[in-house]
Design a protein around this ligand. Structure first.
Ligand code: NAD
Ligand code: UDP
Length: 332
């Protein structure tokens, strides 16, 4: 992997021309060709930054970033975060990791390596180039939670040896590494615990519930509800989440961990019924076995994010579903 030369100062980035919050930066986004990563790249480019997108395209697609490839402020690097990389950057967003249960369970040992080695490589780089570094952690660190809603002070209820453990424990270990680099090496970290987020650019075969239900309803197939469908999740629209990422990265009041998500909570049966209503058609609901260790309830306490970021989600589930359905129409 090449070492990029330090960025020459731009005339328009001189003090006095730009408020510091608007100064263009060079920003690395790992996992930048994925669902969340590609929306983040779009946002950073439109804010005037230079973006390096590093991705091995395991669950990401060039299609998600094809509109950015000819932009001189955007660079794509096909690379695996498990292997070290060197770039001169001002900030790092570490999003590289499959997020859907079927995808992260496809090669569970690789999933743990991606979380742990990816974190070590991003933190080592951040330490060397003195970059602020963001970790995309997850509500899965709370496991099958016994505290509801989940606040950042809850330590979680995680099975260390189950099918979801490669993801949950990998992400927990990554958080540990972030906080140890922060304490030991003064690395400037931001750790976000992301709750279920959905929107355009999810893969049609992603396996997560929102895209599964929408694709099934659009094809006129039955919607597959796992178990009795009474388990709950709280769904955040992607645009709301990306706004929170940017605010979190900009502020200096907290390094996290910080819950980011939409606290409106739904059962999977409610989600299935709403999806059928919005898509139209005659799809029915069928029940399939519940995967092991499937959390029974999940809802973020976002008081800390509201206070420190002056942020709350703006897009309600029915509106976000309509926008996501519009994206999938014609693609399935
Ligand atoms: P995604 O699968 O669409 O994106 C992950 C990206 O990482 C893909 O582009 C993939 O190709 C890339 N990747 C995977 N392994 C890699 C490796 N070893 N080296 C380089 N690139 C690699 O998933 P997403 O929903 O966009 O999730 C992005 C991040 O946010 C993940 O870290 C995920 O754990 C976290 N997260 C997402 C959600 C959510 O609801 N979307 C919730 C909690 C946490
Ligand atoms: N789920 C479902 N049908 C599907 C896919 C998922 O009922 O086709 C359920 C799943 O069992 C879980 C919830 O929807 O209870 C959310 O699953 P997802 O994989 O989207 O995310 P996670 O379990 O990681 O929160």
């Amino acid at each position: 992997m090449q070492l990029m030369s330090p960025r020459p100062a731009k005339a328009d980035s001189q003090p006095g021309c730009f408020p510091s919050s608007l100064r263009p930066m060079r920003i690395l986004v790992t996992g930048g060709a994925g669902f969340l990563g590609s929306h983040l790249c779009d946002r950073l480019i439109s804010d005037g930054h230079d973006v390096i997108c590093l991705d091995n395209l395991f669950t990401g697609r060039k299609d998600n970033i094809v509109h950015l490839l000819s932009n001189p402020h955007f660079e794509f690097m096909r690379h695996d975060v498990v292997d070290p990389f060197k770039v001169e950057v001002d900030q790092i967003f570490n999003l590289a990791c499959p997020a859907s249960p079927p995808h992260y369970q496809y090669n569970p040992i690789k999933t743990t390596k991606t979380s742990v080695m990816g974190a070590i490589n991003c933190l080592g780089l951040a330490k060397r180039v003195k970059a602020r570094v963001f970790q995309a952690s997850t509500s899965e660190v709370y496991g099958d939670p016994q505290e509801h809603p989940q606040s950042e002070t809850y330590w979680g209820h995680v099975n260390p040896v189950g099918l979801r453990s490669c993801y949950d424990e990998g992400k927990r270990c990554a958080e540990t590494l972030f906080f140890d680099y922060h304490r030991e090496n003064r690395v400037d970290i931001r750790v976000a615990r992301i709750f279920n987020t959905y929107g355009p650019r999810m893969l049609p075969n992603d396996g997560r519930v929102v895209s599964n239900f929408i694709v099934q309803a659009l094809k006129g197939e039955d919607l597959t509800v796992y178990g009795d469908g009474m388990q709950t999740r709280s769904f955040c629209f992607v645009g709301d989440l990306i706004e929170a990422f940017c605010r979190f990265m900009k502020q200096t009041e907290t390094v996290g961990p910080l819950n980011l998500g939409n606290p409106d909570e739904f059962t999977m049966l409610q989600l299935a019924e709403l999806t059928v209503k919005l898509v139209g058609g005659k799809s029915k609901i069928v029940h399939k076995p519940l995967p092991s260790d499937d959390p029974k309830q999940r809802r973020p306490d976002i008081s800390l994010a509201r206070r420190t970021l002056k942020w709350k989600p703006a897009v309600a589930l029915d509106e976000g579903l309509k926008r996501t359905i519009a994206y999938f129409r014609g693609r399935v």
